[in-house]
Ligand binder design. Structure first.
Ligand code: IMP
Length: 432
């Protein structure tokens, strides 16, 4: 099995990190191909919790090579901060972590551009504020973009920043009411050259590294960041992130052709969450004593990156059927099932009502999805604590029925059921 992809099939935060942690050892490379420090990956090992936003979760396994592919946008201080946190926690980080020389760099002016854009209520997307969108804008626009490899050429970097920064200052001033923040090219260059010295040992041509690895029969695990519904092309545009979070992003984001991908694992929560703005048909907006708040509290549904409370809602089978098809998922893993324990009944969205008409597909426009009312199927809940269950048969009947129904509605086998954050709190199904 040369290459596997782990991808979230909702709006992110599906606990993909746990699955990567679970199957990582079957691979030699763990690769990120999209996004930047906007992702939030939490891995729990006993009493230790690791929160990563830029580095691949694979970095927690120092015997694997963790790769930040060319499709990722890199903010050097964050990179060094995460490396520092790991080293302090006793996780060695050295030659096992590599970053593509083709990956694009985030600069502080990207964050300022984003802050100004988000300050406008009309255009607000509810981003993570990490400079992701403006950096990808510069990548596609080409003129103002600087890649990681350029950090290794001080004179060239200074020249590029001296060209770019005055333009950025003018752009930022044009968007500002009052005193605009300004940036100094030489100061920025000195700062980034300082980072460059520390990052230098990690910078390489990751495309060639992966091509050589695959040719030598090594196994690769691709770790998608964000969720499929945040994909810039296929997600709930414009309330999406700025990269391809579907497995389609692997080809461009790493240089590894899609034909190598032999297994795609779609990760879903037993319910749904989303952070930031945008349509969410099954949202439970039912007040401080409601089910939505209960799920948020029990599931600790607060953003890993921003700490924002996540919006919560019922499982949406229409959305997951759509993303599973886009991702080419072979199986799904159902995470955080334990969070639903104690609810008297559980709802699953099986269709939408749009302008009085029943539809069973995911509309292609956010403004249409905004108008969709969910059509629910209701199942009985269970009261038992399921966090100690280790086989499917250990689960109460109602929980088994819930998982079976998800499987049926999505049309894919469930290979893993997660009943708690710890590695051990995992039910591996036959397919696994
Ligand atoms: P950006 O990626 O910071 O530009 O934010 C765009 C949208 O994607 C916002 O709604 C964010 O909350 C959301 N987003 C970005 N990364 C993640 C993630 O890892 N999990 C969940 N939502 C995310």
């Amino acid at each position: 099995m040369p290459a596997t992809c782990v991808v979230g099939l909702q709006w992110g935060d599906e606990a993909k990190g746990k699955i990567v942690d679970l199957i990582g050892d079957r691979h030699q490379f763990v690769v990120r191909f999209n996004g930047g420090a906007n992702a939030g990956h939490t891995v729990v090992w006993g009493d230790r919790t690791f929160k990563l936003s830029l580095l691949p979760t694979g970095v927690l396994k120092p015997h694997l090579t963790s790769v930040i592919g060319n499709g990722v946008v890199v903010y050097p201080p964050r990179f060094l901060e995460e490396v520092g946190q790991l080293v302090t926690a006793g996780v060695p980080v050295g030659g096992n972590l590599v970053v593509s020389d083709h990956a694009h760099l985030i600069f502080p002016y990207h964050m300022e551009e984003e802050r100004l854009a988000e300050a406008n209520a009309d255009g607000k997307i509810g981003t993570t504020g990490r400079g992701i969108g403006p950096c990808y804008q510069d990548k596609v626009g080409r003129r103002f973009a600087i890649r990681v490899g350029e950090l290794l050429h001080p004179a060239h970097l200074r020249e590029r920043l001296r060209q770019i920064v005055p333009m950025k200052n003018r752009l930022i001033a044009a968007f500002t009411d009052g005193a605009a923040k300004t940036f100094d090219a030489d100061q920025l260059c000195d700062e980034y050259l300082g980072y460059a010295e520390k990052i230098r040992p990690h910078i390489t041509d990751t495309t060639r590294l992966l091509h050589d690895g695959i040719a030598a029969g090594k196994h690769v695990l691709f770790e998608a960041a964000q969720g499929s519904l945040l994909d810039v092309d296929h997600g709930t545009f414009p309330y999406v992130t700025s990269s391809s979070s579907l497995p389609a992003g692997i080809w461009t984001g790493t240089g590894v052709p899609g034909k190598h991908l032999t297994r795609t694992i779609g990760v879903v929560k037993a319910y749904t969450t989303r952070v930031g703005r945008g349509p969410f048909p099954t949202e439970l907006d039912d007040g401080p004593d409601g089910t939505g708040e209960r799920i948020r509290k029990i599931g600790r549904e607060y953003g890993t990156v921003t700490g924002r409370p996540r919006r919560t809602g019922w499982f949406d089978a229409v959305a997951v059927r759509y993303t599973a098809a886009l991702a080419g998922a072979d199986e799904i893993t159902v995470m955080l099932l334990d969070v639903l324990s104690g609810l008297p009944e559980l709802k699953l969205c099986v269709g939408y009502e749009l302008d009085g008409e029943r539809i069973d597909y995911f509309p292609s426009d956010s403004f249409l999805l905004e108008k969709c009312k969910p059509v629910f199927e209701t199942l009985p809940g269970w009261t038992e604590d399921i966090t100690g269950c280790r086989t499917f048969d250990d689960l109460p009947r109602a929980a088994r029925l819930y998982v079976d129904t998800v499987q049926q509605l999505v049309g894919l086998p469930v290979s893993v059921v997660s009943v708690g954050p710890d590695r051990a709190q995992t039910i591996l199904m036959e397919k696994y």
